[in-house]
Write a protein that binds this ligand. Sequence first.
Ligand code: DON
Length: 576
Amino acid sequence: MKLVEKTKISAAALALLSLSALSAGFLEATPAFAKDTAQRPAVLNASAVAVADKYAADAAEQIFKEGGNAVDAAVAIAFSLAVTYPEAGNIGGGGFMTLYVNGKPYFLDYRERAPLAATRTMYLDDKGNVIEGKSLYGYDAVGVPGTVEGMWEAQKRFGKLQWKQVLAPAIKYARDGFVVDEQLAKRREAAEKDFAGKTNFDEYFGNLKEGVTFKQPDLANVLTRIANQGAKDFYDGKTADLIAASMKGHGLITKRDLQEYKAVWRQPVEAKWNGYEIITAPPPSSGGVGLVQLLKMKAMLAPQFKDVPLNSPQYIHLISEIEKRVFADRAQYLGDPDFYKVPVAQLTDDAYLAKRAAEVDPDKPSDTKSVQPGLGTSMPEKAETTHFSVVDKWGNAVSNTYTINGYFGSGVVVPGAGIVLNDEMDDFASKPGVPNMFGVVGSDANAIQPKKRPLSSMTPTILTKDGKVALVIGTPGGSRIFTSIFQVINNNYDFDMPLKDAVAAMRFHHQLLPPNTIFWEPYQPIDGELAKQVEAKGYVLKGQNFNGDIQAIRINGDTPDAVSDPRGRGVSRLIQ
Ligand code: DON
């Protein structure tokens, strides 16, 4: 998937990003914990899911009927989508899980890591220029996958069912097959063109055609081994051997990389907003910090937004002004917190954001060069994705976004295993100031280092009120992820739109660079008179082929309202 063509950016823009930053090691050990198996009374009249396809919804339904909780259902969904939504669902990638279990927030980081042999300049030629496509296609693009370890950790800590039970639906879909829908078939066709002559993608997915039952016997064997042996098979067993063998002579990942992979329980980003507690993704995601900055700055600018109609030219302008500042901070300060001290507290601090919000020009776009990272250069402290949302009737919630980056990742399928490997290495800044697939740039904070996690925008989010889950939300979309979630939350809460309409409404996106450019989507284009008025304000309008696939659940009283984005093939369902 190419959202944005890679382009060179101006020297002026480069100067914005040339500030050096500090790096430090902040490794956190995975804590040992005892499983909380206490049965609590139901507080909702149904469990609910909003997921990327109907097979995953069926898997979740089966798990709830067997007595599983939201975490069991989430893990079953993740493995199912690895089979039936192979363009983004995965075991060859990584992701983030935000949880609210028994009244407490948690966050699990199972993002891919750079291989031990990775180097800062691995995607540059001898003149120091980025080699086109090297971080996107083929073995060189692959980060060490984290999904299996993530699911294992989450289920071991919070699940109620047997591990084997949550893998059963996925194994069945892989062994017996599933019927391919139109969207998947089209995405395969597009990917086939991108990967032609570069990877072995066709050997595994050449026969995937609309309306046909598609079976994945190698993947069924892998999932069966994982069901029997746990995550160990993937990281230190036969599957690890198959992955390492496929890399030999082609890529950097070795068996040692797999053996040393660890998912990390982190403190989620938490913030108060509008009477709600926001629980969202911390670094190595930029999304949680970005979402909190967006929501708080918009609330602080209430006088400027007063009487401004939703998605009017003035609304689009004000939101873009806020987004400009968020993306200036993202490019400078966000990276893997195990390698780089990310100033999360300062970036989400009310006084800081009030100062940033006050810089918003209500009349015209601020000059892009004048919008610098807001904390200055010396830091005060030393330093194709899919989302699903799940709640169970006991009031627990899981918001999970995971990815192999572009559709079908790197296009490499592990021979003998049928695992599609990610191209997550493209989320690093291959070179300061040079945009990645999503057109975003980065600096030292997001430079490549062995074992480091590339900066993400994935933003699995939960809102609670008075200790109870109020909203579970997330989406794919790269750098569009947190601006999409922001807009849906605005539509739903600030404009009182029912969740279904809030999700369907037009979305747009601005990310500082390219200068004063607003991206619009085919589903609800900015065109006609609206386009003319936005352009008259000084913006350039640019179409993009994708703007998210929101999966959201809002709780009204004791009843969930689950919504899947009409832009995708998602299914939402209440389950008794
Ligand atoms: O982690 C990230 O931000 C990206 N790798 C996510 C990719 C994505 O959302 C693809 N979906 N369109």
